[in-house]
Design a protein. Structure first.
Length: 109
């Protein structure tokens, strides 16, 4: 049985309609995926901005803390040096007193 032109046109029309439906479904899916991607990009961008701001805050805080730690370290070394010097002077004085104990006791008699 020969295929008529009308049946061929009907088959082609059906194929085109299916392609159009598939294309429309793909467009909808693509639009949904684009919206989801935009939301993800916006969220990532917001998080990166927050990280950048928090990093800038930390650097600013460290810049404020650094002179204080340098001062505390400097004060600690000065105090440690002073205590060592006092200990040395005290040791010399004690040794002198022990060495010249008899002479000192004569002065107070």
């Amino acid at each position: 049985m020969p295929v008529s032109i009308a049946s061929q046109v009907a088959v082609q029309t059906e194929i085109l309609e299916r392609m159009e439906r598939r294309l429309e479904d793909d467009r909808k899916t693509l639009a949904i995926e684009r919206a989801s991607a935009e939301l993800s990009r916006a969220a990532v961008s917001a998080e990166l901005t927050d990280i950048r701001h928090s990093q800038s805050d930390m650097v600013r805080r460290l810049d404020k803390i650094e002179p204080v730690t340098d001062l505390v370290t400097s004060v600690r070394s000065k105090i440690a040096g002073g205590l060592i010097l006092l200990g040395l002077i005290g040791s010399i004085a004690t040794a002198g007193i022990m060495l010249f104990k008899e002479m000192i006791l004569e002065w107070f008699r």
